[in-house]
Ligand binder design. Structure first.
Ligand code: AMP
Length: 627
């Protein structure tokens, strides 16, 4: 059985890991790195993923997609503001969903994320020497149903069998707790690139039991970057009366410089930001440069309200777990943004504990996902590990007066199933529409509607007489299935909650096909390049041989040179059969030259540079102890 992997599909970076000899290990990518930027760029009909995509972002801002996780499974009206700040085009898609447009083509966020997954898995398959098909993918604990469903679909589009979707902080706790003995209550504080989660777990005897989880799916490192971007742009505007955020290329450079400055400020008390030639003066057309010094104190001032936002979810998680801060034994930091000194300070301030930094904040989530993949595959080295997780948000239905009637409350252990009986509000009501909601607010309209479905054909009855049995069934992935049944008629209706923002089955199938075709096109493109590289390499070898064997028979030299010259032209051509033909002839000529031509005795009187050199070596050099 091929191994299953664990994947941390991050907002900024992604990581893939696998169980090796009873321990989870990160698999390095084709570039030799342990993390892969979650960046996808489209360049003509070519797609670049990871570091190579990130590197060309400033030159290709409208076709370089990053932080796409912020849009996955979201509704357009939830992300409008974020979309407006993006250097690439994000717009409303079908049914209020989100689409990203590049060169006139629309992409679903799931599709873009699938490209990242595909690269991670392809590189890992090459490293492990086996085709990977099964994966556990992590999501922020606070992801709602449609965000989870969309992440699972991204996996499917990438051609993966998604064994399980698990919560990032729970995964991190698995990685942390694997080697710990004894009972502990831990708080995982996970502040990544785009999301914030806090989870409280009890660990002991191989049982990992999540007590509560809370968070903010719209808070992460990118918000800290944005504060620096805004500050830089406003300062520049004051000086030059030009808003750099309106120039997509300048904006991309600002974003990159802001993140760099933020990271530097984790270790230094000030940093300088220098962006020469950031734009042109609109009147004089002279180049303008941006030079600023940012101190850590100023950065903390710019981000003070973001820092404050982490407090409430921590307090909420403690109160839901019916614990106080003093009951927590360890605080584990996960996510790159926990390296910000002010973040560490605030965690310490809220919990009264010095955070435990024993886990690598960039890798713990993927390592834990690999452990979970091992558990599902029955990896015997893991012993009996039991993972008990919860659903982060309350699930319910809309009832009379636009209220929400909770069915499964937040922090209920998953999987879970709950049935309730509802009835009609009017006499002879022929049907009901069931609006499935997720959220903590009392009014339906303030929560997220996961989907609506109708139960029709209710026989004429007085109001309150119909017996409509509604069942909510939430699986181990945290994904919900709902059924409704009118008991007097036995009429049943059900939906697997797929709200309008998630893709329907046909879309997923089409995207799987497209992704496979793209992968095939990429493979062909790569093969094409490799063939040309091989020919160029061979030509180089031929010219080196010609240089080294200047005294070889002229006709052998001429023959080899003629084919080498042909190769020089052929490498630039698009004609594969010509490349193959020249490659074959050059190989033959080179072999011939090396066996016959180069070793042919020089004609009488002719001197061979290399033969002469050989003679010198023979005559003048001897092992030292021969003396
Ligand atoms: P993650 O999603 O866990 O990969 O976290 C990525 C986020 O962490 C990005 O916003 C990074 O800019 C941020 N990050 C990474 N390293 C540091 C650092 N040393 N200081 C501050 N933020 C960092």
């Amino acid at each position: 059985m091929a191994k299953a992997v664990g994947i941390d599909l991050g907002t900024t970076n992604s990581v893939i890991a696998v169980m090796e000899g009873g321990r989870p290990e990160v698999i390095v990518n084709a570039e030799g790195n342990r993390t892969t930027p979650s960046v996808v760029a489209y360049k003509g009909d070519e797609r670049l993923v990871g570091q190579i995509a990130r590197r060309q972002a400033a030159l290709n801002p409208q076709a370089t997609l990053f932080e796409v996780k912020r849009f996955i499974g979201r509704r357009w009206d939830e992300v409008k503001d974020e979309a407006a700040r993006s250097p690439f085009t994000v717009k409303e898609g079908p049914g209020g969903s989100v689409r990203i447009t590049v060169d006139g083509k629309d992409y679903a966020p799931e599709q873009v994320s699938a490209e990242v997954l595909r690269k991670l898995v392809a590189d890992a398959s090459a490293k492990l020497g086996q085709k990977i098909t099964d994966a556990v993918i992590t999501v922020p604990a606070y992801f709602d149903n449609s965000q989870r469903e969309a992440t699972k679909q991204a996996g499917e589009i990438a051609g993966l069998n998604v064994l399980r979707v698990i919560n990032e902080p729970t995964a991190a706790a698995l990685a942390y707790g694997l080697e710990r003995k004894g009972n502990e209550t831990v708080l995982v504080f996970d502040l990544g690139g785009g999301t914030f989660d806090v989870t409280i777990l009890e660990l002991g005897d191989g049982v990992f039991e999540v007590k509560s989880t809370s968070g903010d799916t719209a808070l992460g490192g990118a918000d800290f970057d944005q504060r620096i971007v805004d500050w830089l742009a406003e300062e520049f505007n004051k000086e030059h009366n030009f808003d750099l955020r309106k120039d997509k290329q300048a904006l991309q450079r600002l974003i990159e410089a802001a993140e760099k400055a933020k990271i530097e400020l984790s270790n230094a008390s000030e940093t300088s930001i220098s962006l020469p030639f950031i734009t042109f003066d609109p009147e004089t057309r002279t180049p303008l440069h941006l030079e600023r010094t940012l101190t850590r104190a100023k950065f903390e001032e710019l981000t003070a309200d973001l820092l404050k936002r982490v407090r409430k979810p921590v307090e909420q998680a403690l109160s839901d777990a019916k614990l106080s801060a003093s009951d927590i034994n360890e605080v584990i930091l996960v996510g790159g943004s926990t390296r910000i000194p002010a973040v560490k300070r605030i965690v310490q301030d809220i919990t009264g504990k010095t955070p435990n930094e024993s886990v690598n904040p960039d890798e713990a989530v993927a390592l834990g996902a690999a452990v979970q993949a091992g558990i599902i595959q029955g990896d015997s080295s893991l012993g009996d590990i039991v993972l008990v997780d919860v659903t982060p948000l309350t699930l319910g239905v809309e009832v009379q007066g636009g209220m929400i009637a909770p069915m499964i409350t937040r922090n209920t252990t998953v999987p879970a199933k709950k049935t309730e009986i509802y009835t009609t509000a009017q006499d002879n009501q022929p049907g009901v529409e069931i609006n499935v909601l997720q959220g903590e607010r009392p009014m339906a309209a303030d929560n997220k509607s996961l989907g609506r479905f109708k139960l029709e054909g209710i026989p004429p009855m007085r109001a309150g007489q119909a017996q409509i049995e509604v069942t909510f069934d939430i699986d181990a992935n945290g994904i919900l299935h709902v059924t409704a049944k009118e008991k007097t008629t036995g009429k049943e209706s059900s939906i697997r909650i797929e709200n309008t923002t998630t893709l329907d089955k046909n879309d997923v199938e089409r995207m799987v096909k497209e992704a496979e075709e793209n992968a095939e096109a990429d493979k062909l493109r790569k093969e094409k390049v490799e063939k040309r590289n091989a020919l160029a390499q061979l030509r180089l070898q031929a010219t080196q041989q010609l240089d080294e064997h200047a005294n070889a028979p002229q006709d052998a030299r001429d023959r080899l040179k003629a084919v080498a010259d042909e190769a020089e032209e052929a490498v630039n051509s698009d004609d594969d059969s010509r490349i193959a033909d020249v490659q074959k002839r050059l190989e033959d000529e080179l072999r011939d030259f090396m066996t016959k031509g180069a070793q042919a005795q020089p004609e009488a009187g002719a001197t061979s540079a290399s033969a002469a050199e050989d003679d010198v070596i023979d005559a003048d050099f001897k092992p030292a102890d021969d003396k």
